[in-house]
Design a protein. Sequence first.
Length: 277
Amino acid sequence: MRAALAIIALVSAQPCFAQTDPRPGPPAGRPLEAGTAGWSITVGVAPVLSPAWQGSRDMALAIFPDLRINYKDVIFASIPDGLGWNVVNHDGWKAGPLAKLRFGRDEERGGSPFLIAGGSDALRGLGNVDAAVEVGGFVEKRAGPWRGRIEIRRGFGGHDGVVADGSVAYQGRRGRTIVNVGPRATLASREYIETYFGIDALQSQRSGLRPYSASGGLLSYGVGGTVIRPLNRRSAVTLFTGLDRLGQNAGDSPLIRERGRRTQFTLGVGYGFRFNL
């Protein structure tokens, strides 16, 4: 038990896959569902093609490790989903505390630490953004093939803003193949959007972009989908993709207007193997 708890602490200390958007990793709704008894660990790998940074017009290819730990259907920990506890888990409802970490942003190349090709130099002059811990909670409701989920988190470190993610997904099956698809949106406070899309006087001087002061509101909206194909009882392959568009407050930044693109596309494939402790 103590060893498993130590592993969870280690996983929760790893950053999210994306630098400013947690979605490029294999999404929530794990490829292999947690068992009903004891601890389980899923290890895998996921090549991902995505914008080098949120709002970038340059694409980058990265290969992410994927480590997931579950205790029954109570505790979950992974890089993209964070560390959470299903305090409420009854009649299709789930709710509880949640913590995630978000990578910082590197002005030299924009890419994640797992970058193997591509990148961007469009951030030069804007400075680096440190990693941030985001702490909050979630509420989820399943009704038949539908699932709705809301997360609200407050950042500490690289940003001190508030982020709220909302999504609705429909799940269908065709034989052993599982398909999830649905809309999603993210709201963010002024502090968050200002960190990643605002431009102060010094940044303007160094980058050549005009100053810009952002306000809070709709950060992005779009649609995402996954196709999960179990290979056997312990392994699965997941294809995941998403098409999102930045909201007006982020999209009006000179960083996006002159060096970026509001429409963002992500495509990835992951393989995972689960074993029980």
